[in-house]
Design a protein around this ligand. Structure first.
Ligand SMILES: [Fe+2]
Length: 241
């Protein structure tokens, strides 16, 4: 699986706390089936990250991972909390897109208005970038209005792996799980991500999601969301929609 959403760079946001934890998170992700991971530290308008520092730290993590005998490809990116002048900062190179492509990973406040989400997609598209909505299941505006309209406007959808694989009664009653499974069955999803933060509190959780996907989705679509679409993204090609 190509994991396009993670907080594996230590001491840069609320994710990994040190190099050891970064390696531990990556090891666990790879054990469950990840082959490629994009590091997407948070980018807040009032607290921007430094792209040079992110890339430097990522290359030191790459070395440590190799030394630990873990086989994985790592890429740099950001997860941006949407703000109106985001496109300008993308153009200035202050924000890292996903693996150097035109795709950019965007999140909102959980209760953000649907209107603002639509505006975001239009703004980012008009600026020549391809908006990927991070963990789309988390936003009330999208759970209430569905994904049709924003996909029509040119958004791509990333879902978290963890709610896909939830089991038992909690899954039956859980709004996020129902939302992600319905979106997957309707083929409204383009990418998956673990959004892993920390080894103890928010580790990568993939295994049960992979099982659900192989039991419920056709093979071509499963391959596309697990790997093919993200590979196209790294080549900066547009994905079939
Ligand atoms: Fe995240």
């Amino acid at each position: 699986m190509f994991d396009i959403h993670s907080h594996i760079i230590y001491h840069i946001d609320d994710g990994s706390r040190d190099m050891e934890e970064s390696v531990e998170l990556i090891r666990s992700d790879v054990r469950q089936g990840a082959t490629d991971i994009i590091a997407t530290p948070h980018y807040y308008p009032e607290c921007p990250g430094d792209p040079v520092r992110i890339k430097e730290k990522l290359s030191s993590i790459e070395k440590a991972v190799k030394k630990a005998g873990i086989s994985v490809r790592l890429y740099a990116g950001n997860e941006v909390l949407y703000f109106d002048s985001m496109a300008e900062r993308l153009k200035n190179g202050e924000i890292l897109t996903l693996a150097g492509s035109r795709y950019t990973l965007i999140e909102f406040y959980p209760m953000e208005s649907y209107k603002t989400i639509l505006k975001c997609v239009r703004n980012i598209r008009n600026a020549g970038y391809l908006p990927v909505i991070a963990h789309a299941e988390r936003f009330r505006g999208l759970r209430e209005n569905g994904l049709d309209e924003i996909i029509g406007l040119g958004a791509y959808i990333q879902l978290s792996t963890e709610p896909i694989g939830r089991k038992g009664l909690s899954a039956v009653f859980d709004g996020e799980t129902r939302f992600v499974r319905k979106a997957l069955k309707r083929k409204e999803v383009h990418f998956l991500g673990t959004d892993m933060h920390r080894a103890d509190t928010r580790p990568p959780v993939i295994t049960d999601a992979l099982k659900w996907i192989s039991d419920n989705l056709d093979r071509d679509y499963a391959n596309a969301i697990l790997f093919g679409n993200a590979m196209k993204m790294t080549e900066d090609n547009e994905i079939d929609r």
